[in-house]
Write a protein that binds this ligand. Structure first.
Ligand code: HEC
Length: 81
């Protein structure tokens, strides 16, 4: 059952997740994020949010998200191709 719920969660983009591809699509000039490890993505996203990692765009974007949103988006992005 838990696996079914998890699979459903991974299929539906969480709020905010579809914005990422606008900047991170292949050929966008920005670093690719799809299919990367969820823990690594969440770590980077949280570092932008806290300011530990300097950024032009990501810090402002991540400050608008809660840590739970970041985990959900990272999990979703990690299974996108
Ligand atoms: C307005 C364009 C824009 C949007 C929208 C955007 N990003 Fe980014 N992203 C960037 C830029 C530019 C960088 C490089 C750091 C910086 O200067 O902000 C970056 C860096 C990253 C990195 C670091 C990658 C690495 O290997 O160093 C991750 C992870 C990331 N973004 C994830 C996301 C996710 C997840 C979303 C959607 C919630 C998202 N981004 C939305 C522009 C964007």
């Amino acid at each position: 059952m838990r696996g079914v719920v998890l699979a459903a969660l991974l299929l539906l983009p969480p709020p905010g997740a579809t914005n990422c591809s606008g900047c991170h699509a292949a050929g966008s000039g920005n670093v690719a994020i799809n299919g990367r490890d969820a823990g690594e993505l969440a770590g980077l996203m949280n570092s932008y949010r806290s300011g530990a990692l300097a950024s032009t765009a990501m810090g402002r974007l991540m400050k608008g998200l809660l840590p739970a949103d970041i985990d959900a988006i990272a999990a979703w992005v990690s299974v996108q191709k």
